[in-house]
Write a protein that binds this ligand. Structure first.
Ligand SMILES: O=C(O)C(=O)C[C@]1(C(=O)O)C=C[C@@H](O)C=C1
Length: 396
């Protein structure tokens, strides 16, 4: 049984759904319009200064760093028309590189989409990458991709693999279906808690709700308690449902932050089977980052190969020959071309799946070894795409 996600109740943030995203399509042009208006307003401000004309400037016009307020501009022009130019401090200061530098490193002003409700591990991953970011909950993974594509947010954070449960295949497929770039990774130590209504003992629980990955990560603990497991879209939604239904015999596997947000009690801490339960998340953006060599970088690629003996061996050799370490290899059936007929001489033809290969390797695209390896791979890969080159996260 799967409990479908519904927008959050009594919470400031409502997750974006696919419907919501399409509705917001028109809001996007509004946003663009707004931006161009702002640019235009700035131009007006400059023009009026250059012409030294007293132009009425409305209060809500943006005060760009280094530019004085509208009132100040009027005062300067007033002074100058009377022939004095005393207070140099009132003159607008030219913009410096610092004023127009990119977003601050701590992530303030960055909007990051994630799948789930507040308290989900994906939100924790977003906050690990950008401690002061604004997190934006989305109902599905696809909504998070679209939120970036439609400029509703700056980035999306998505789980890609877990040390116990393995790969999150849906996100591998979505990476290829969308044109976003991987700009970072987050390794998050996931400590699951068994949550229940205040005053409930864990022996009273008959069922537990959670994300299927989280349930799988706590398989042994939950089996020993003999509790029925029910899938939910994310761990925070599970916690929220236990709180809103008020069922004393129902618990949730979720984070301690989810317990805090939804007013549940932690009945058991660290209920995952493996203490080092680590989920790796990818950070996606509209634009790739410019790779460097000043720190450790990882590059992710996806490719397909012609059929034949040893082709995968050859593909992997392009990295081995240059001493490049591979950190992950994943294969997914190719949906547009699922089956390959290899032998139709006998009765009934033999058919095999055709695969996409996803590889992560430890090298920056700024490193000639990586460039040469991909150039070499391109010689015999039918299709090759670089999904992103990004700094490695080495501390879970
Ligand atoms: O449900 C959540 O809280 C999530 O962020 C999703 C998710 C996942 O998809 O793997 C993330 C981390 C944990 O491994 C369990 C669940």
């Amino acid at each position: 049984m799967a409990v479908k996600g519904t927008p959050i109740w009594g919470c400031a943030k409502t997750p974006y759904s696919r419907q919501g995203i399409s509705d917001l399509g028109s809001a996007r042009s509004g946003l663009a319009l707004n931006l161009s208006l702002r640019k235009w307003e700035c131009c007006c401000l400059r023009v009026s200064l250059a012409q030294r004309a007293i132009t009425p400037v409305e209060d809500e016009k943006p005060n760009l760093p280094g530019m004085e307020s509208a009132g100040a501009i009027e005062r300067i022009e007033d002074n100058e028309s009377r022939g004095f130019h005393k207070d140099m401090n009132l003159l607008p200061k030219p913009l410096t590189a610092a004023d127009i530098s990119p977003l601050p490193n701590d992530g303030s002003k960055v909007r990051v989409a994630y799948q789930g409700l507040p308290g989900a591990y994906s939100e924790a991953a977003a906050l690990k990458a950008y401690p002061k970011c604004e997190t934006v909950p989305c109902e599905q993974f696809e909504a998070a991709f679209k939120a970036v594509e439609l400029w509703l947010v700056d980035k999306a954070v998505l789980p890609i693999e877990n040390s116990v449960g393995g790969s999150i295949h849906r996100n591998y497929d979505l990476l290829l279906r969308h044109r976003l770039h991987i700009v970072g990774e987050v390794q998050l130590l996931v400590n699951h808690c068994l949550l229940g209504l205040p005053g409930v003992r864990k022996e009273e629980l008959k069922r537990v709700l959670s994300h299927p990955q989280a349930l799988a990560q706590c398989e042994m603990t939950l089996s020993s308690l003999g509790i029925v497991r029910i899938n939910a879209d994310d761990t925070a939604l599970a916690a929220q449902m236990v709180a809103s239904t008020g069922l004393r015999d129902t618990g949730a596997v979720a984070s301690s932050r989810a317990a805090e947000i939804y007013g549940l009690e932690i009945l058991s801490d660290k209920v995952q089977d493996d203490d080092d339960n680590i989920t790796r998340f990818l950070i996606l953006a509209r634009e790739p980052i410019i790779p460097g060599t000043e720190r450790q970088y990882k590059t992710s690629v996806v490719f397909t190969l012609e059929e034949g003996p040893g082709v995968l061996f050859k593909a992997l050799a392009v990295f081995a020959l240059r001493g490049i370490n591979l950190t992950k290899i994943e294969s997914r059936p190719q949906k547009q071309r699922p089956l390959r007929v290899v032998d139709d001489s006998n009765e009934g033809s033999a058919k095999y799946f055709d695969y996409l290969f996803y590889i992560d390797f430890e090298a920056s695209m700024a490193d000639p070894r990586a460039q040469n390896a991909l150039g070499h791979l391109q010689e015999f890969a039918r299709f090759l795409r670089v999904l992103g080159c990004y700094p490695m996260d080495t501390i879970p």
